[in-house]
Design a protein around this ligand. Structure first.
Ligand SMILES: Cc1cc2nc3c(=O)[nH]c(=O)nc-3n(C[C@H](O)[C@H](O)[C@H](O)COP(=O)(O)OP(=O)(O)OC[C@H]3O[C@@H](n4cnc5c(N)ncnc54)[C@H](O)[C@@H]3O)c2cc1C
Length: 466
């Protein structure tokens, strides 16, 4: 049923696009629909005045890595994002650590380092750097990302959402986006799906996988103030939650407060919807329920701390909540290789390695296992059945558990970097990502400072203190 609706919509969009193409190439160009020229009964169409080699959809950690990787290598690159800013979960989650950006305090690539350089340029209020992670004030992060994109000459659009895709002869040819002027189709030589939800791959007809029944839960993060670090240390949240549970039934059984950068406010990342049910956030009804329950949950957590938190927390104040719930898992693209839990635990090496992943195998608030540094093969970022597209970040080809092993944001920047660079090379050579010679991509990644011999390494004991 869902498939049928999607086909109907695609047929309609294709027809609308064809009509527009005929009008502009037939010698009598029609003006683009604007406020002045619009005809009320016709569907709104508009054009994006940029014709990229590489289109990157989604501006979270993976999209930022992809945009920097592609534009730095000379590709005409456009990054689009449906929120008003870049950062994805790093920005919505209000100050939690961006992990694995500099594992063992060593530079991981010039792309990772550019983001760090732009953040540190804003001083102590912007960022605190730890053993491998960055704790940011997210409003500095949002601007630091713009600074990095500007430096490498990447064009970008916010408030621009991919809502469909056009595939021609098994190859992705365009992405349909919604804007305030209506729908537009952006064509490019190569596309990179960094939406987290594999939206572009799904709209384009690539095979995707979803863990129905055991999807990782979602979390709406929050910022708090009017409390000192000493008061936070003394408060017993588990005890508060136990006492408050009958009055505030949505609260998790415990949570922790972490300091935002070097400032005086705190963020909370917590178990979110883990005990409230299963929500597939690609389903509009379930997504609405997860968002709305989470907003009630955050107020209940704050009230629980104020009422049951004793002298330490009685004056704590809620500054705000994330832009939306943080989503850990939805669709993943099926590639010629699917990364597994065993790959992560054994530190597997691959001939076609294009990135590596470090940190914990971490299914947030459900399981935390030690793992080894392991490779990501190129075959895990190329969809099995759709050409012209690469994927990066949390929607690469991996099992449910292996996806969690790579979810730290520094790892998502790394797969983004590799995908963006692969897209730039494929566009330059006029081939599809599938036809690209991996050896050339690996050489270019090494030149960007990526050490492709890390797989199998044990990691230093990870600490979450900066
Ligand atoms: C609650 C929570 C806590 C976490 N804690 C940590 C932590 O402490 N440290 C850590 O390193 N990692 C943590 N993670 C994991 C990490 O945040 C994610 O794995 C990572 O952000 C994934 O990066 P991504 O770029 O693939 O996707 P996202 O960060 O999800 O970014 C996707 C981007 O694409 C945009 N987008 C989506 N669909 C469309 C569309 N159709 N059109 C246009 N734009 C679109 C979104 O708005 C977003 O900006 C956490 C995740 C969650 C949810």
């Amino acid at each position: 049923m869902e498939e049928r609706k999607s086909l109907d919509r695609r047929t309609f969009l294709g027809a609308a696009g064809a009509a527009m193409a005929g009008a502009t190439t037939g010698g009598s160009p029609l003006p683009v629909a604007t406020a002045q020229s619009r005809a009320i009964s016709s569907p709104r169409r508009t054009t994006i005045a940029y014709d990229p080699d590489v289109l990157i959809v989604g501006g979270g950690p993976a999209g930022i890595g992809a945009a920097l990787g592609a534009a730095w290598h000379g590709a005409k690159t456009l990054l689009i994002e449906h929120h008003a800013f870049f950062g994805g979960v790093a920005a919505w989650c209000l100050g939690m650590p961006i992990n694995q950006m500099r594992p063992d305090r060593q530079a991981r690539s010039k792309v990772h380092e550019l983001v760090i350089e732009k953040l540190t340029a804003y001083g102590d209020q912007a960022v605190r750097i730890g053993q491998h992670q960055l704790w940011c004030n997210v409003d500095y992060l949002k601007v630091a990302v713009l600074d990095a994109l500007d430096q490498v000459g990447c064009k970008y659009l916010v408030h621009t959402r991919a809502v469909d895709a056009l595939a021609e002869g098994g190859r992705l040819a365009g992405v349909v986006v919604s804007t305030k002027q209506g729908l537009a189709t952006i064509r490019a030589k190569v596309f990179v799906d960094c939406t987290g939800d594999a939206d572009v791959a799904y709209f384009g007809g690539a095979e995707t996988m979803k863990e129905i029944g055991s999807l990782s839960h979602q979390t709406l993060c929050l910022n708090l103030t009017n409390v000192t670090a000493d008061q936070v240390r003394k408060a017993n949240i588990r005890d508060i939650a136990r006492k408050a549970k009958s009055k505030y039934p949505l609260i998790p059984d415990s949570w922790g407060l972490g300091k935002v950068s070097n400032g005086s406010s705190f963020y909370i990342n917590h178990a979110g919807t883990r005990d409230l049910g299963q929500f597939d956030t690609t389903d509009p009804v379930q997504r609405t329920e997860a968002e709305c329950q989470s907003r009630r949950q955050v107020l209940q957590m704050t009230l629980a701390m104020r009422e049951f938190g004793g002298d330490e927390l009685k004056n704590i104040e809620l500054i705000g909540t994330g832009t939306q719930i943080g989503v850990r898992e939805t669709r993943r693209v099926k590639g010629p290789y699917v990364l597994t839990e065993e790959d992560a635990l054994s530190g597997r090496k691959f001939e076609d390695a294009i990135a590596w992943r470090s940190g914990f195998l971490d299914i947030g608030f459900v399981r935390l296992s030690k793992m080894k540094i392991h490779d990501v093969p190129y075959r895990a970022i190329v969809p099995e059945k759709l050409d012209g597209l690469l994927v990066a970040g949390r929607c690469i080809s991996a099992t449910h558990v292996a996806a969690s092993a790579g979810k730290s944001m520094g790892n998502c920047v790394a797969t983004g970097h590799a995908a963006g660079l692969a897209a730039a090379l494929a566009a330059r050579k006029g081939c599809t990502p599938r036809e690209l010679k991996v050896a050339g991509l690996q050489d270019a990644l090494r030149a960007d400072g990526v050490d492709l011999n890390r797989a199998g390494d044990e990691q230093e004991e990870l600490v979450n203190k900066g």
